[in-house]
Design a protein around this ligand. Structure first.
Ligand code: ATP
Ligand code: MG
Length: 255
């Protein structure tokens, strides 16, 4: 079953066709990554899916609903969360506050309601939900630190935590391990994997670091010059000639 479908989406900046007719399906409960050389249109595609840009044409369908052009707050309420290539946190707030603010700004249905059982007042519930998410992400010990004191990898985890506060079923992550040391990068992907396994969440992830990401992913999509040039399981895609050529002789591949 597909949780997300993109049909013939186009988005230009002036004369530049940043996305030039892309169609793809993201399978529910899988970890899919989107790769491609710099400037190939990956972030622009995430921005179209996430409602930051309206496509010039094409359709985006999330859980059988046409969401083309929906603003981000509406998508957040529908359970489509995202993180940014450059973390967008509230720098003067703590880790916990960053999660609570995310929900306060975007009230949605609680995905922990079923786990927590009976009705509780909203603030207690939000606090419990945030604590549980911090635990799932290994951030419990630093809950009261200001986010500007954190390492780059921890900031990426807080961003994922903020997206989870939306009770997201689909998470769009833009380069969740860029600039993060290999140990923490593997930890981030392991946590993504366990969120997928425990809660059935779907991840659509832009990531350059195939040396880290490859072992965790179910499916790969490859973009070049605004077009989708390949998709499929990792083995298939990594041996695809077009993909190797797009990466200038494969300097990113296999690494
Ligand atoms: N807001 C914008 N205004 C004008 N041009 C833009 C804008 N955003 C992106 N572009 C251009 O669109 C193309 C695709 O950019 P995009 O950021 O989507 O690439 P990317 O695949 O995410 O690259 P990277 O790997 O460097 O993050 C690039 O040529 C970029 O310069
Ligand atoms: Mg990008």
């Amino acid at each position: 079953m597909n949780i997300l479908s993109v049909h013939d989406v186009r988005k230009s900046f002036g004369n530049l066709h940043a996305i030039d007719g892309v169609s793809l399906n993201v399978a529910a409960g899988k970890i899919s990554i989107l790769i491609g050389p710099n400037g190939s249109g990956k972030t622009t595609l995430i921005n179209v899916i996430g409602g930051f840009y309206k496509p010039y044409s094409g359709i985006v369908v999330f859980r059988d609903k046409d969401i083309t052009g929906f603003p981000p707050f509406k998508l957040y309420k529908l359970g489509l969360g995202r993180t940014f290539q450059i973390p967008a946190l509230f720098w003067h707030l703590t880790v916990l506050e960053n999660l609570l603010v995310a929900e306060k700004n975007n009230p949605g249905e609680s995905f922990l309601r079923s786990i927590l059982g009976t009705w509780k007042n909203r603030e207690t519930e939000s606090m419990e939900k945030a604590s549980r998410i911090l635990e799932l992400l290994g951030l419990s010990k630093i809950w009261d630190q200001s986010v500007y004191n954190l390492s780059g990898g921890q900031m990426k985890l807080v961003e994922i935590g903020r997206a989870l506060m939306s009770d997201a079923t689909l998470l769009l992550l833009d380069e969740p391990v860029s600039g993060v040391n290999p140990t923490l990068a593997h930890e981030i992907f392991s946590r993504i994997l366990s969120l997928r396994d425990r809660f059935g969440l779907t991840f659509f992830i832009v990531e350059h670091r195939l040396d880290i990401a490859l072992r965790y992913v179910d499916e790969i999509f490859v973009m070049a010059y605004g077009k989708l040039i390949a998709s499929g399981v990792p083995d298939e895609v990594m041996n695809n000639k077009k993909v190797i050529e797009a990466y200038l002789g494969g300097e990113y591949l296999g690494g």
